[in-house]
Design a protein around this ligand. Sequence first.
Ligand SMILES: [Mg+2]
Ligand SMILES: [Zn+2]
Length: 305
Amino acid sequence: MGTDLLSEICRSFVPGLACQHPGFIGPLCTRCGRDNLECGDPPTRPFSYIEPRLTLTMPEIDRLRNVNLKTLIRHKKLHLVLDLDNTLVHSTLSRNLTLEERDHLIKQYATKGLLSEVCDGVMLVKLRPGAREFLEKASAMFDLSVFTKGRRDYAEEVARVLDPDGSRFGSCRWRVMSREDCFTGKQKSLDVVLAHDRVVLIVDDNEEVWAHNNKGNLIKIAPYRFFLPPKNLSEAVKSACRFEDNEAKEEGEFARVLKTLKEVHDTFYEDSFMIEYGHEVSISVKFLLERVHNSNVKTRNAIVN
Ligand SMILES: [Mg+2]
Ligand SMILES: [Zn+2]
């Protein structure tokens, strides 16, 4: 799928047929400009992270996912949805730190691009050790997007901190999903991702926030915490600042998660696997992930016994 997703949506047109009304911006069809009431008011799903007030019909969502699937397969990639807080970064309110501590942290980390002030300086964001290297390695195997329960403006800023030149998340505008995109019981759901869920993996520290039918796509990562939670701050220890990272870059959670990602990705594209299970498109990453988990459990048990 090209970066100009909206023009791709508008292109949905079968010659000889009247406009299929693939989506709407506000009440108006993205293609013919007619009002949705005139178009029979088809059921739609909101995609405002792509374009404000954009909604798409189910046939159009399916068509875009099919276009995406072809692109993924051509580039031997899958799609990866990443959480932000406690997965790729840890944030705190700047006011939880003293001025001296903030200066110290900025000197220690910000100059290396590992710490950044966002939301007009209200929030301080610390990258998990190895976050950029993780994104670089993952992006060789996956199209990347972000899904956070944080607010959209915060999410887009943090995505830019992680990916300053836009080479990993592409155009942030339609690769960053946030609280505003949680419709199903206020949970995160792959319903708003324009890739078929059989080719989507998720990395998140929190399983609870995900819709029940997407939990099988999830690789859990241990939560990353750099700042102390404010509620634990006593009078004696006023600061939320740890100053030191408690996670190694090399053997941390990213290394473990990358190994699983690579196993699922490689198995998906293994020729022998495709022959064994028929057409590649019918394989689901859920099934592959379960196999990887089961074989890891077997290995662990073998070591224990
Ligand atoms: Mg999280
Ligand atoms: Zn139309």
